[in-house]
Design a protein around this ligand. Structure first.
Ligand SMILES: CC(C)(COP(=O)(O)OP(=O)(O)OC[C@H]1O[C@@H](n2cnc3c(N)ncnc32)[C@H](O)[C@@H]1OP(=O)(O)O)[C@@H](O)C(=O)NCCC(=O)NCCS
Length: 211
């Protein structure tokens, strides 16, 4: 997403390190790095939701979320070519240390139920992480996005890289704004945004500080 200029950057969200550290060490979040079949697996588990590092088998996750309903606030369905580019990008950015994109998995679904992740971005000339998410329509409304985003926030904090994680849901995206509130992101302001490139939209800026 590309930002439009001109809005003050006021960050008030704060999760004390003392709160995060025990969670990362032993709490509800467990992190496992595995090497299987030559590929490194990177998994986070939280409250029954497992985040898995994006792999070359995960194009169907993007395809399943490419519906009118799922992309209503994201500019509508994308072309097959664009989905393929996104698939490659999700893996390339992780390799390059620019992003962590995950599939969202549960014990009761054979296929991933959605995606969540964060990437390096800039906000008012500050280096931040920006987060995004998607849970397939039939699996919504049971707390999956909340658990997935919480694990994601803790993973971002564990990088010890950027102090602030932002999300920018469109102001009329009721579910995504409720999700931000529910996981404890702090509302900062309404801002102008551009998504997809060339399409101006109005968003809420939500953030959490990670010290
Ligand atoms: C946003 C989204 C991920 C939520 O997934 P989910 O698994 O249903 O979310 P959860 O069950 O964890 O619920 C999180 C909050 O959203 C609310 N919510 C979920 N779906 C909602 C809906 N259709 N309308 C209103 N609120 C909704 C829940 O009630 C909950 O808030 P609460 O704790 O105040 O009750 C899902 O709707 C989605 O994938 N939307 C399309 C993708 C998208 O718009 N991404 C935006 C990127 S900025």
């Amino acid at each position: 997403m590309r930002r439009l200029p001109g809005h003050p950057d006021t960050v008030r969200g704060y999760v004390p390190a003392a709160t995060l550290a025990p969670l990362l060490d032993a709490g509800p979040l467990s992190v496992r790095h595995e090497v299987s079949g030559g590929a490194q697996e990177y998994r986070l588990s939280m409250s029954g939701v497992v985040l898995r590092r994006w792999t070359d088998e995960d194009l169907p996750v993007l395809q399943r979320s490419n519906t009118e309903e799922m992309t209503r606030y994201l500019g509508g369905p994308e072309s097959n070519e664009k989905l393929l580019q996104r698939q490659v990008k999700n893996m390339r950015l992780w390799e390059a240390g620019e992003a962590h994109m995950f599939t969202v998995n549960t014990s009761w679904s054979r296929v991933p139920v959605g995606s969540v992740g964060y990437w390096k971005a800039s906000n008012q000339n500050r280096d931040i992480y920006e987060a995004g998410w998607s849970i397939a329509t039939q699996f919504q409304g049971r707390g999956l996005a909340s658990n997935a985003l919480e694990a994601c926030i803790l993973d971002a904090a564990a990088q010890n890289d950027r102090n602030t994680l932002f999300a920018f849901p469109r102001i009329d995206n009721v579910a995504s704004n409720a999700l931000c509130r529910r996981v404890g992101l702090i509302w900062q302001s309404e801002e102008d945004f551009e998504y997809p490139v060339g399409v101006p939209i109005r968003v809420n800026a939500w953030s959490v500080e990670q010290h």
